[in-house]
Design a protein around this ligand. Structure first.
Ligand SMILES: CC(C)(COP(=O)(O)OP(=O)(O)OC[C@H]1O[C@@H](n2cnc3c(N)ncnc32)[C@H](O)[C@@H]1OP(=O)(O)O)[C@@H](O)C(=O)NCCC(=O)NCCS
Length: 182
C-alpha cells in the first residue's frame, strides 16, 4: 500500500467535507449513538480551515484518492471546525509555555487499521517538535483514544463536549511530554 502525505489545500475542503461524515458514521459507531454523531457533525467534526492556512493540516492519498486527513496546531483551539470557533480563541501559542495540539484525524472507513492514522501522527509529531514544542495535547474522541495511547499519550481528563442538539459527546484529553520519551 503506497500512501502519500501532503499538506491540505483550501481546494480540498469539499472532499474533506464528504470524507469526515463517512469516517465518523462508520468508525465511531461503536463509541457514540447516532444522535451524538449527527449532533457533532458539522461543528465538532468538521474542517478547521485555519489549520490548512497554517499548513499544519495533512491529507493522506492513495492513487490521488483522499483516504485520510489530520493535523496539528500551534493555536489555542483544541477541537472543532470553522463553525465551532470564535476568532478570539484561535491565538498562536508559545511553544515554551503551552502544548501543541493534534487535531481532527479522520480516516476513510475502507482504509481503517492500515496504518494511515499512524503515518499522519508521525508527520504531525515531527512537525510540532521541529516547531519547538516539547509537549502535545489532544482532545480526543473515544474512537481516537487507542491510536493516541499507542503513541504514548496519557489520558489526563475525561469530559463531555456540548453539542448543538443539546446532547453531549464524551471525550478525553490526552497528553505527551517528549522529554519523557527518550
Ligand atoms: C482514530 C482513527 C483516525 C485511526 O486511524 P487508523 O488509520 O485506523 O489508525 P492506524 O491503522 O494507524 O492504527 C494504529 C493503531 O492504533 C490502535 N487503533 C486504531 N484504531 C483502533 C480501534 N478502532 N480499536 C482499537 N485500537 C485501535 C491500534 O493499536 C492500531 O494498531 P493495529 O491496527 O496494529 O492494532 C480512525 O479510526 C478514525 O478516523 N476514526 C473516526 C474519526 C475519529 O474519531 N478520529 C479521532 C478524532 S480525535
Amino acid at each position: 500500500m503506497d500512501i502519500q502525505i501532503r499538506p491540505a489545500r483550501l481546494e480540498d475542503i469539499p472532499a474533506l467535507t464528504s470524507l469526515i461524515p463517512l469516517s465518523v458514521r462508520m468508525l465511531q459507531a461503536s463509541y457514540y449513538t447516532p444522535a451524538q454523531i449527527e449532533g457533532a457533525l458539522g461543528t465538532v467534526f468538521a474542517v478547521d480551515s485555519q489549520l490548512i492556512r497554517d499548513r499544519t493540516y495533512f491529507i493522506a492519498e492513495s492513487d490521488s484518492q483522499i483516504v485520510g486527513c489530520g493535523g496539528w496546531s500551534r493555536r489555542s483551539t483544541s477541537y472543532g471546525g470553522d463553525l465551532n470557533q470564535s476568532a478570539a480563541a484561535d491565538e498562536l501559542i508559545d511553544p515554551n509555555l503551552h502544548p501543541a495540539k493534534i487535531r481532527a484525524f479522520f480516516v476513510h472507513p475502507a482504509w481503517a487499521r492500515r496504518g494511515i492514522g499512524s503515518q499522519m501522527m508521525r508527520q504531525c509529531e515531527a512537525a510540532a517538535v521541529a516547531a519547538g514544542f516539547g509537549t502535545i495535547e489532544i482532545v480526543a474522541t473515544l474512537a481516537g483514544e487507542p491510536l493516541y495511547a499507542r503513541f504514548g499519550y496519557r489520558t489526563i481528563q475525561q469530559f463531555e463536549i456540548p453539542l448543538p442538539n443539546n446532547l453531549t459527546l464524551p471525550g478525553v484529553k490526552m497528553f505527551k511530554d517528549f522529554s519523557e520519551s527518550h
